[in-house]
Ligand binder design. Structure first.
Ligand SMILES: [Zn+2]
Length: 58
């Protein structure tokens, strides 16, 4: 599952997490802002959920 993390505050946007309408990050409106820090989408970076057994450093 694809997640997006806010590089400012660390907020993780998870489209299956039950917050917001369940939209993929790319489908959010351009004026959507982080609910934690109110910065825009351009401050988010895509991250992939890592399985517990693969412990590579990011
Ligand atoms: Zn944020």
């Amino acid at each position: 599952m694809e997640e997006w993390v806010c590089t400012v505050y660390g907020y993780i946007y998870d489209p299956t997490g039950g917050i917001e309408p369940r939209m993929s990050f790319a489908d959010l409106p351009e004026d959507w802002v982080c609910p934690e820090c109110s910065w825009g989408k351009d401050l988010f970076e895509r991250t992939l959920r890592v399985q517990a057994r693969s412990c590579h450093k990011l």
